[in-house]
Each structure stands twice: as structure tokens, then as C-alpha cells.
Write a protein that binds this ligand. Structure first.
Ligand SMILES: [Zn+2]
Ligand SMILES: [Zn+2]
Length: 254
């Protein structure tokens, strides 16, 4: 399995893009940045966008991807797949002909550039060639992480979350998992902000580590750009060979 890091930050900064990962060229995991990282041909090849939650830093690239598909008359559809409250939020608040066009009717109702698919929580669904299990995590809005598998190898994606349990419990005993992509947003001195916005700090990540199977490496994403150096230094002080900060633009092979 191939994971290309289109963006791995908790917001936008100079040269730093919000979270989006492209799996095997065809499935996006979150869509914080898409056309900013991919050629038109690469965008057209995307079949699905798995969305952890509806916050702008995870979906804004989908808005621009759908526009690319419409403008280039590619004749393809990207299906946004997420749990029910996330699909509802996208329909109601984003693709609503107010904030952005309703691309589920463009260029026509019969052959739109955007489709929606609701994924049941806690259950494996087939998404393209992948099996995907959304598991609820703890954020300020309805949010899920994903356990993603291709039959041989797989990984866990936390999405945005504060301290959580269910997804780590679901991870135990699964075969073929190679990595956990887990967020860390703020340095520990901003603990109150992290708690209010339901994100992790390095100190909280250290506590989450004990809940995650110890053989799994932790690939960190979603650091807020203004605090990148400070947070990275704190993470390095945890001094664990399991911890690795993801690099934007790099492709990881599981
Ligand atoms: Zn976020
Ligand atoms: Zn969020």
C-alpha cells in the first residue's frame, strides 16, 4: 500500500498544507489539500475521498477538486465517503449552493462530479479496493478515524481527536497493520487550548501511546504550523523510536 502525503499540517502555513493523504493513487484520506498538491491528471484519477469530519482543514480540497472535475469535463465522479453526520454537514453547510455549488447536480443530476456515500460506524465497508472501518473519535464535532486495509497491509488514521479509546481498542489484534497516523496539534504549554478544541499535545500523545499496540509506529500529523518547531522538539524528547513526524510530499510504502 502506498500513502502519499499531500499535506500533513493542522492548518495552512507558508508551504505547509492541511491534512490529505492519497492511498494507491485513487483514495483520499481527508481532503485538506488536493489541487495544490496534484496535477489535473492525478486529481481525475481520484475515485473516493474518505473524510474524518467536516472541519474546513479536512475538506476544503474537496471543494476545489470537484471544481477541477467540472471545469475539465473529465466525466468522472469523486465519491465523498464518511459517517452520516459528516455527510449531513457537507451537504448542509458546504455543497449547498451558498458556500459552494452543489456539485452533486453538476454537470447533471445523472452524471455529477460529486457523490456522497454514508459509511456505517464500526463496520467494515468496501471502498474501491480497500476495506475501511470508521471508528468514532473524540473531537468537537462528530468525527471518526479509519482503519484501512487492502487485504495484506493496513494502517490506522486517527483524524482529529483528543484523548480517545474506541479506535485504539479496535486496533488491537488486527493483522497486517503497519502504522498509526495520529494527530498532535499543539505544544503541551497550550494544554487548555488542546482540551477545549479536542486535540492532542505531546504530553497527551505520550498517554495515548500506552493504549496503542506497542509494535506499531506512530506517524504524527496535524501540528499547527505556528508551533511546528516547538511541538517537534517536544515529540523528540519523548525519545521513542515509534514516533516519526510525517513529511509533506513524501510517499510511504507499507
Ligand atoms: Zn483538523
Ligand atoms: Zn477538526
Amino acid at each position: 500500500m502506498k500513502i502519499r502525503v499531500l499535506g500533513c499540517y493542522g492548518s495552512e502555513g507558508q508551504g505547509r498544507r492541511p491534512a490529505a493523504f492519497l492511498v494507491n493513487d485513487h483514495v483520499l484520506v481527508d481532503a485538506g489539500t488536493v489541487p495544490g498538491a496534484l496535477s489535473v491528471e492525478e486529481q481525475i484519477a481520484i475515485d473516493y475521498a474518505l473524510l474524518s469530519h467536516a472541519h474546513l482543514d479536512h475538506i476544503v480540497g474537496l471543494a476545489f477538486l470537484t471544481e477541477t472535475l467540472a471545469l475539465t469535463e473529465a466525466g468522472t465522479t469523486v465519491v465523498a465517503a464518511a459517517t452520516a453526520p459528516v455527510v449531513d454537514a457537507l451537504r448542509t453547510h458546504a455543497f449547498n449552493n451558498s458556500l459552494w455549488p452543489d456539485f452533486t447536480t453538476i454537470p447533471s443530476l445523472e452524471a455529477p462530479v460529486l457523490g456522497f456515500r454514508t459509511l456505517p460506524e464500526g463496520v467494515e465497508s468496501r471502498v474501491g479496493e480497500l476495506s475501511v472501518r470508521p471508528v468514532a473519535v473524540d473531537h468537537t464535532v462528530p468525527a471518526a478515524g479509519f482503519i484501512i486495509h487492502d487485504g495484506e497491509t493496513g494502517f490506522v488514521y486517527s483524524g482529529d481527536t483528543g484523548p480517545t479509546e474506541a479506535i485504539w481498542t479496535a486496533t488491537r489484534g488486527l493483522r497486517g497493520l503497519r502504522a498509526v497516523i495520529v494527530e498532535t496539534a499543539f505544544p503541551t504549554r497550550l494544554d487548555a487550548m488542546a482540551r477545549a478544541s479536542k486535540h492532542l499535545t505531546p504530553a497527551q500523545l505520550r498517554r495515548e501511546m500506552d493504549k496503542i499496540p506497542p509494535d506499531l509506529p506512530l506517524w504524527i500529523f496535524h501540528i499547527k504550523p505556528p508551533f511546528l518547531e516547538e511541538t517537534a522538539e517536544e515529540l523528540s524528547k519523548i525519545n521513542s523510536p515509534r514516533i516519526h513526524i510525517l513529511e509533506q510530499g513524501k510517499t510511504y510504502t507499507l
